[in-house]
Design a protein around this ligand. Structure first.
Ligand SMILES: [Zn+2]
Length: 328
């Protein structure tokens, strides 16, 4: 009897100990957790809702690292289901990856649009404004502005280096076309092609007079680079004649190289110039007639020998004097 009672007691204690062992084992291995879904997608188990928030905030920070002004959101609120989970499983989940897939982003981008074409994309508004201002400063009348857009993903953001190069290209493309200066053309070609072409009929028309007694040409129009008149040989003191009637608009010393010089306005924008004179016989404001003696040949100013530098200007621009001298 006693032995039976001892057996029962022993069995009961043993069973209690086994249950306790199993109970504590289960308690240690399985933990309460919240099973989390977003938009019906299973994300994973979190120990509680607060842990979910921590992971979510980590991912928001990750996006804000790329662009601090990004708007980060979830399409719908997460749902939590109370549950239990084995400790080891909690470690093995990919909650970051799963949640990252559900996170929505909205970036504000600033596009620099030039003449209707998108040229640069920035995440910072002031950077876009800056390039528009630079473009407007460099190219007058350029159509450049900033276009604001909302996008889910950031792509093709323009680096500063690339933006500078794009800017340089646009400025280059919009440069005014430079007309190359014509190469000096040999005098003979000038002769052949310029006979009377391009001549503007002076207002005071009529007799045209060869401006001195000699006809020897020491140096022709464009005989050297920049020589914009014809040099007619002549000894010191030889008379210089007015090419045509007109008004003397200058008589005196010219500091640009002409030396003693006479300028006569014949009207219609036509002016004749007589340079390097040794003597001047007329004064500014005076009316002269064709062939009137106005000065004497010399070598004042930039001249290496005595000669008359005869030049014709049309509306302020030196032209080939042969258009005016031919046929006299
Ligand atoms: Zn000359």
């Amino acid at each position: 009897m006693l032995s039976t009672l001892r057996f029962v007691l022993f069995t009961a204690v043993s069973l209690a100990m086994i249950f306790a062992a199993v109970y504590f084992t289960i308690l240690n291995t399985y933990k309460p957790a919240v099973k989390t879904y977003i938009n019906g997608e299973f994300i994973g188990y979190f120990s509680d809702e607060q842990q979910f928030d921590e992971v979510y905030n980590d991912l928001v920070a990750e996006k804000q690292n790329i662009d601090e002004n990004v708007k980060v959101y979830l399409e719908s609120e997460p749902t939590f289901e109370q549950s239990y989970i084995r400790d080891s499983l909690l470690e093995q989940q990919n909650v970051y990856t799963n949640l990252r897939a559900e996170i929505k982003t909205e970036y504000t981008i600033y596009e620099v649009v030039v003449d209707g074409e998108q040229q640069m994309t920035f995440t910072a508004e002031d950077q876009a404004d800056d390039y528009v201002e630079k473009l407007k400063a460099e190219v007058s009348d350029i159509d450049a502005n900033v276009n604001v857009e909302k996008v889910a993903e950031l792509k093709d953001i323009t680096s500063t280096e690339r933006a500078d190069s794009i800017l340089a290209n646009i400025v280059d493309r919009n440069k005014p076309v430079e007309i190359p200066e014509p190469d000096p053309v040999p005098a003979q070609t000038q002769y052949a092609t310029s006979v009377y072409t391009g001549m503007v009929t002076p207002a005071i028309n009529g007799t045209r007079v060869w401006p001195t007694v000699n006809r020897r040409i020491n140096c022709d129009y464009w005989g050297y680079y920049g020589h914009n008149g014809v040099d007619i040989g002549g000894s010191l003191g030889t008379d210089i004649y007015a090419y045509m009637g007109g008004t003397v608009i200058f008589s005196g010393w010219d500091y640009t190289g002409y030396g003693n010089c006479i300028k006569i306005n014949h009207g219609n924008g036509v002016i004749t110039i007589y340079a390097h004179c040794s003597a001047l016989y007329v004064t500014a404001g005076q009316q002269v007639t064709a062939g009137q003696t106005i000065a004497a040949i010399g070598m004042t100013g930039w001249a290496t020998g005595t000669h008359l530098h005869f030049e014709v200007k049309q509306n302020g621009v030196s032209v080939n004097p042969w258009s005016y001298l031919n046929g006299i």
